[in-house]
Design a protein around this ligand. Structure first.
Ligand SMILES: [Zn+2]
Length: 199
């Protein structure tokens, strides 16, 4: 267990670089988070965690916001707010786990899986090829988002579908057809298209 409280700034810098060499990227306030159907950021400023180069390193409990989540559900689109809920098991600040790229958060309103991944950290910017597997969490969905995706263009669960082709109608009239060439079924001509008003 590494306790960051009490580290000097120079020590923190060396420690961050050491972690990068082990493919671990410490997250700072302002870091990007990705949810199903939305992209947001950890709030600035945070009030807990070590400060390096004027920015706080995140610890579990950090708050984030996503201005627009759109999963195509009845509630969407909307703003959500949440908290980072997972952190390093072996690195803490004042006993609270430090947050790394890949850690997760939980938000309200709970649309979709209502979870995020932290996608940005020290020496690690979000990449269009990042893939975040929401399906392995919350037992919901089977959906993966790429960090570079436009949430509006994703085929998200519950997204309204384009209307299906019009049902094969009684008439197959298209714009530009000559009405005189349309063959109308005889039974429709007999009923005159009107609702029956019998009774
Ligand atoms: Zn929603």
């Amino acid at each position: 267990m590494i306790e960051m409280k009490g580290m000097f700034e120079e020590e923190i810098g060396l420690f961050l670089e050491w972690l990068v060499r082990h493919n671990r990227y410490v997250a700072f306030e302002g870091a990007q988070v990705v949810s199903q159907g939305g992209i947001g950021h950890v709030s600035v400023p945070q009030n807990h965690g070590p400060v390096y180069q004027g920015r706080r390193i995140l610890t579990v409990g950090a708050s984030y916001r996503i201005p627009k989540v759109d999963l195509g559900n009845a509630c969407c689109p909307h703003f959500v707010t949440g908290e980072i809920t997972t952190g390093a098991e072996d690195i803490v600040y004042d006993g609270v786990p430090v947050v790394m790229v890949g850690d997760m958060g939980k938000h309200w309103p709970g649309c979709g899986t209502a979870t995020v991944f932290v996608t940005e950290g020290w020496r690690r910017i979000p990449s269009p090829v990042d893939r975040w597997d929401f399906a392995s969490h919350e037992g919901q969905g089977g959906f993966t988002i790429n960090a570079g995706d436009d949430p509006d263009s994703l085929d998200l669960p519950g997204k309204p579908k384009a209307p299906a082709m019009p049902p094969q109608g009684i008439f197959s009239i298209r714009a530009g057809d000559d009405p005189n060439d349309i063959s109308v079924p005889v039974e429709l001509l007999k009923s005159g298209f009107r609702q029956s008003d019998d009774g």
